[in-house]
Design a protein around this ligand. Structure first.
Ligand code: ATP
Ligand code: FE2
Length: 322
């Protein structure tokens, strides 16, 4: 069975094609601003402009035509309404024109399931650390439950906002990683509240320290050491609470080698295993949407209401395919 998946929750318009358990295409186009943050309406225009080319590219990469596609899936939730709407309209149109069934997907669960597929992890805790989202998720009693999450912005937004403040441009994660290699530790706030984390105050503090003349290198190093320790602490407690022996990393921030190293070390210490899927499925991508589409469809899930759900939570979904 072949599924074409469409991702459009935020800055990336992606189209992935999965045949059985194999990714046969994963094309994307990312909206990047010259300066400042992203306006949803501009990202929407970007998606409208590039969607045709990205679909064409994916079909060429997979060496198939729309006639070979058995199922279309799309990111139905959560995300920016403007962006989600483009993916939904494209998916509905392709489905109608070609008479192919359509299924709506929760983007956060897609990150988790592609991680399981590509790493072989069976029943992991997922540390999902991306631009807009930061959640620690695990399967318990029929749902993927959120054991900890950010109380304000995602960890990636913290990295990107601070990188922009230091004049480093976007995306900030890789630049902060490079600078951190030459930095030393300075104390910054460590903000874990119960099982949740908070980054807003840390961003303000970092900006103040930068204005006072603390170096980019030292702030980058200390930022990584502190916020990644916060994420690993909560992940470890979720693993202990659920008695799980696997940790999977997901989301663009998981591309960071220092975070990967800290995850490895924590897992080693508790006789568990840490898994990291390849970078092109850590960041937003269509392949994970296609894969979850196949999983759900084969388990009998059918989407009657194809309207977008920008605020849907990971634990709103009944998981019947595990
Ligand atoms: P969401 O998944 O919540 O919709 P998003 O679309 O912003 O959010 P991703 O594409 O998964 O998220 O991740 C973007 C984040 O990952 C940014 O903060 C970026 O700086 C960071 N990032 C991307 N690549 C790397 C890398 N190679 N090393 C470190 N950080 C990275
Ligand atoms: Fe994502």
């Amino acid at each position: 069975m072949i599924c074409l998946g469409i991702e459009s929750t935020a800055h990336t318009f992606g189209v992935g094609i999965v045949k059985d358990k194999q990714i046969i295409a994963n094309s994307k186009d990312m909206f990047v601003t010259e300066t400042g943050g992203m306006k949803p309406v501009d990202a929407m225009d970007h998606h409208v402009d590039c969607c045709k080319d990205v679909i064409k590219q994916a079909l060429e990469e997979a060496k198939i035509t729309m006639k070979d596609v058995d199922l279309i899936s799309f990111s139905q939730s959560p995300g920016l309404g403007h962006c989600l709407r483009v993916g939904a309209v494209v998916a509905r149109s392709l489905s109608k024109i070609n008479n192919i069934p359509l299924i709506g997907i929760n983007h956060c669960i897609a990150h988790l399931e592609i991680g399981k597929l590509l790493t072989g992890a069976k029943d992991p805790v997922l540390l999902y650390a991306s631009g807009a989202n930061t959640q620690i998720i695990a399967y318990e009693g029929g749902k993927y439950r959120i054991f900890g999450e950010t109380l304000d912005q995602g960890v990636g937004n913290l990295l990107d906002s601070f990188a922009r403040y230091m004049g480093l441009g976007f995306p900030g994660g890789p630049k902060i990683y490079e600078l951190a290699k030459k930095g030393k530790f300075v104390e910054i706030p460590y903000c874990v509240k119960g099982m949740d984390v908070s980054f807003g105050g840390i961003l303000t503090f970092l900006k103040q320290q930068y204005d006072k003349g603390v170096s980019k290198e030292d702030l980058s190093f200390s930022l990584q050491e502190t916020v990644f320790a916060m994420l690993i602490e909560v992940s470890e407690r979720a693993m202990a609470h659920c008695d799980k022996k696997e940790l999977v990393l997901g989301g663009g921030v998981a591309c960071n080698k220092r975070l990967q190293e800290m995850a490895d070390k924590m897992c080693e210490g508790r006789n568990a295993k840490s898994f990291v899927p390849p970078n092109d499925v850590l960041v937003d991508n269509g392949a994970m949407i296609a894969w979850l589409g196949l999983l759900e469809y084969e388990a009998g899930v059918r989407t009657k209401d194809t309207s977008i759900k920008p605020y849907e939570r990971t634990d709103d979904i009944e998981v019947c395919w595990c």
